[in-house]
Design a binder for this molecule. Structure first.
Ligand code: COA
Length: 286
């Protein structure tokens, strides 16, 4: 058995997104999703590629990690490789020292190895899922979808403005949206913007499928800071679930910091089932 690790190249990103889509299974923990790669694509292909590491076993991609600027690497592991202790050992050996924490929600062997190697609990996340086998109710707001082939400037402007008004540290721009929407990952995605009765753009979400019958992801979702507490968070979450259902996803999934009580409450209020928190792993201090 040969296991090879490589840093991604821009040319390989499409194939890597496909592999990560194949890792998604209904009922399994929410792990690195094509939507996470797709959202980060907005930062530019080269930056994304530099952050992505890929492990192949006998030529097949079986694990993918996406690093961030804070030293966290988020892992996706193929279900067929979850119990492979040799692969787990290679992943751990290959992790650059610069990574202080690992998100590893799948891959029994890798999780056990992190535990036995002294990695300790880090930030706590709460996974939430909504089964899309049953009908999704109307969300009650006017919701527009941005068509990448016929982008309306005002709609795109609203998408970006609400993103920035929802996340104080957001650096999102129209340019970044265009970069993201031109990428292969976005072929299975949609951006939604919700409007209140007065015509204000109040909430937004991007939803990403992993292909029919697999769980889709909400990433990101936010309500304009001036329009909170009026049920718009619940409404855009319901609209996001409906969009994923229409695109054939089995479930709508999301993971939010456990400390984000407002986020968790919003998803629960929109019919999502709250699962027990999962923690990242922090590298032991030497
Ligand atoms: C979280 C967020 C989407 C909520 O939007 P909102 O429009 O204020 O939410 P709603 O008015 O629809 O409230 C939905 C439910 O969540 C509850 N809720 C909302 N904010 C809350 C808070 N800060 N603390 C506790 N509960 C809260 C509401 O009481 C409501 O519960 P109910 O249906 O049982 O009455 C919004 O605060 C936001 O955009 N935050 C920043 C981005 C973010 O955290 N996104 C989600 C996680 S990625």
């Amino acid at each position: 058995m040969s296991i090879v690790m490589r840093v991604a190249t821009p040319d390989a990103l499409g194939e890597i997104v496909e592999a990560v889509a194949g890792f998604q299974r209904p009922g399994r923990p929410v792990q690195l999703h094509p939507g996470d790669l797709g959202w980060n694509w907005s930062l530019g292909m080269q930056k994304l590629a530099d952050a992505v590491r890929v492990w192949s076993r006998d030529g097949e991609i079986v694990a993918v990690g996406m690093g961030d600027d804070d030293g966290l690497i988020r892992m996706g592991i193929a279900p067929s490789a979850g119990d492979d202790a040799v692969l787990a050992g290679r992943i751990l050996d290959d992790l650059p020292d610069g990574y202080r924490a690992v998100e590893a929600r799948s891959g029994r062997a890798f999780r056990a190895l992190l535990d036995s190697s002294g990695w300790v609990a880090d930030e706590s996340w709460t996974p939430l899922t909504r089964d899309l086998a049953k009908p999704v109710e109307d969300c009650g707001l006017r919701v527009e979808t941005i068509d990448p082939h016929d982008v309306r400037d005002q709609l795109l402007h609203d998408r970006v403005a609400v993103q920035r008004a929802a996340f104080p540290t957001s650096t999102f721009t129209v340019e970044r949206w265009r970069t993201m929407a031109a990428a292969p990952a976005y072929r299975r995605a949609r951006c939604l913007v919700a409007y209140d009765n007065a015509g204000n753009a109040v909430a937004t979400a991007t939803v990403w499928t992993a292909g029919p019958g697999r769980p889709g992801l909400l990433e990101p979702l936010g309500v304009h800071r001036d329009h909170r507490g009026q049920g718009h968070g619940r409404a855009i979450t319901v609209a996001a679930a409906a969009a994923l259902q229409e695109m054939g996803s089995s479930h709508a999934t999301v993971c939010t910091p456990t400390a984000n009580t407002g986020g968790v409450a919003t998803y629960v209020s929109a019919g999502f089932e709250q699962h027990p928190p999962v923690t990242d792993f922090r590298r032991p201090s030497r």
